[in-house]
Design a protein around this ligand. Structure first.
Ligand code: HSE
Length: 394
């Protein structure tokens, strides 16, 4: 018999508890012996739940139980979660987590603690919800030089943009729906302003490039300024507006990373990734492009990834499949210095250089620029009221 514990029994933790208690046979088959959920650390009243008898508010029981080998951290944030994860790893207990902030900010330290403790740290659920993505990227594609990783990694904003595009919903209404469905972060600004995607992109970039990219080095723009007019004009250009997290290796081996709304050509698979679904493209030098697609948020998809990691930790508890790399700030390039083609909406005369124009009553009002840095774009549009500027994904 093997034993596991869960820290936090909210949306994700509740899903993990459900899978461990309802799927005992399947889990025993996967691990090779029975697995029992022994404790759930939670302060809230869980008396109505079938696992109420496992609930404790005493972390030391978990930390000091020699039978317990794997702990699922589902608390979120970097307060108590960070303290408890450190203590579990130091006690030699493998940790699996869906906590992207914890991993983006403390991944290097925690992977080091896991190594010292002879246990493992796994975080498949931290990026792409239920999609198997991080392990394939780190293990199955290990022979590749990864050149690019990009896609839709925030379910809440994708849900909001999809509702705006397909159902003419207002921004606030669509956000409330995403919150009711359990997709949104406790502070929805983390979704809407791009910080959640920024953390996920750090994790992807670190695994893809061994870059130990800190979140503050990734520029993040959210979707607050995407207007219904942008979505409608983008459609006239044959594109959808999506919040894209993109990290790439430049020819000189430097790394660039950006989270921002982008116009995505409707012919590309990412344009069809709608609702809460996520889609991530990984480009490796041997494999070419691989698209990973699936539910990016929500209780059971995320719980599926947490439990998948827990089963792997129960089988191979002494090994973390992830290599983070050291931080080398000289490797990071500010995307503002790189050229992009831009979708621009303005009031006034069509700026020189913008050739593809969507006209309104004989006056240009939206168009696509050539490949320009932001400074070149600002210069070309000087003197006009610019209503929107959104990069194209190419
Ligand atoms: N708020 C996140 C999202 C949850 O919407 O993608 C999953 O990480």
């Amino acid at each position: 018999m093997k034993y596991v514990a869960i820290l936090g029994c909210g949306v994700v933790g509740g899903g993990v508890a459900r899978l461990f208690t309802e799927r005992t046979e399947r889990i025993a088959r996967a691990v090779g012996e029975p697995v029992q959920l022994k404790y759930i650390l939670e302060r809230r009243d869980c008396s109505g739940e079938p696992w109420a008898g496992l609930v404790t508010d005493d972390f030391s029981k978990i930390e000091n139980d020699p039978e317990l080998t794997v702990v699922c951290e589902c608390m979120g944030g970097v307060g108590a979660a960070l303290t408890f994860v450190r203590r579990c790893l130091k006690a030699g207990k493998s940790v699996v987590t869906s906590n992207k902030q914890l991993i983006a900010e403390y991944g290097l330290e925690l992977l080091g603690l896991a190594k010292e403790g002879g246990c493992s740290l796994r975080f498949e659920a931290a990026v792409g919800g239920g999609i198997p993505l991080l392990r394939p990227l780190s293990e199955d594609l290990a022979v590749n030089r990864i050149d690019e990783v990009f896609g839709i990694v925030n379910g809440t904003t994708n849900y909001i943009l999809t509702q705006m595009i397909e159902n003419d919903r207002g921004f606030a209404e669509a956000l409330s729906e995403a919150q009711a469905l359990g997709y949104a972060e406790a502070d929805p600004s983390a979704d809407v302003d791009g910080f959640d995607a920024q953390r996920k992109l750090c994790i992807l970039a670190n695994l893809a490039f061994g870059s130990n990219l800190p979140p503050e080095r990734v520029s993040a723009e959210g979707i607050r300024n995407v207007a219904a007019e942008d979505v409608a004009c983008a459609r006239e250009f044959g594109c959808a507006v999506k919040l894209i997290a993109h990290a790439g290796r430049l020819p000189d081996d430097r790394i660039t990373a950006l989270v921002a709304p982008r116009l995505v050509d409707l012919d590309r698979p990412l344009a069809s990734v709608n609702g809460v679904m996520n889609g991530v493209v990984v480009r490796g030098d041997a494999v070419g492009e691989c698209l990973f697609y699936g539910a990016g948020a929500g209780r059971m998809p995320t719980a599926s990834a947490v439990v998948g990691d827990a089963l792997e930790a129960l089988r191979h508890g002494d090994r973390s499949p992830f290599d983070w790399g050291e931080e080398r700030p000289e490797r990071f390039v500010d995307p503002e210095t790189l050229p992009f083609r831009w979708f621009v909406r303005w009031e006034g005369e069509t700026p020189a250089g913008i050739t593809e124009v969507c006209a309104d009553g004989g006056h240009g009002y939206a168009g696509i620029s050539p490949a320009w840095t932001r400074a070149q774009l600002d210069e070309a549009t000087a003197g006009r009221r610019v209503l929107s500027r959104i990069r194209l994904l190419e």
